[in-house]
Design a protein around this ligand. Structure first.
Ligand SMILES: [Zn+2]
Length: 161
């Protein structure tokens, strides 16, 4: 009896599931982000917001400027062009959790600062010549034909230098 109990205590098993587990979620974009997304969807334009204290322009917008801790109320048009501030070339294929399909590689993912904005957004960068993808390169958005009010309304940014 004692021996059997010891054996049970040592044997830790892992439970595997063969069921594909989805974890759908949604949350409110909020007033500021909703305006940003509806401008992209309806007008293919970018609207950020300026801090009345430090004058920084946030696009995507935030309701409160973190450093100043004050509410922002002045909408500001930014972009549509911008500059690559950082990027990576992805060479390993993986299943895109947003689509469930394998994303073709290589592709570039970058941090793009829209003209007139002080912060930046993350998005895909399309290119023909990988050597042209560099920090400081100018880009412009290519919008999706069918827009639904999400960041996917921008298909990607493309190089314009
Ligand atoms: Zn501020």
């Amino acid at each position: 009896m004692q021996k059997e109990k010891k054996k049970e205590e040592k044997e830790l098993l892992t439970i595997h599931s063969s069921i594909d587990a989805e974890q759908p979620f949604r949350y409110s974009a909020g007033r500021y982000r909703s305006r940003f997304l509806t401008e992209i969807r309806d007008s293919q334009k970018f609207v950020g917001v300026r801090c009345p204290k430090c004058q920084k322009v946030y696009a995507p917008p935030k309701e409160v400027c973190g450093p100043c801790f004050c509410k922002m109320t002045e909408p500001v048009k930014v972009g549509p062009q911008g500059v690559i501030r950082s990027f990576t070339i992805v060479r390993f294929s993986f299943v895109d959790p947003e689509t469930g399909a394998t994303k073709a590689v290589p592709y570039a993912s970058g941090i793009i600062q829209l003209d007139g904005a002080d912060n930046a957004i993350s998005h895909y960068i399309e290119y023909d010549d990988e050597s042209r993808v560099r920090i400081g390169a100018r880009v412009e958005p290519v919008f999706a034909e069918k827009r639904t009010g999400s960041m996917k309304d921008i298909k990607h940014f493309r190089l314009i230098d």
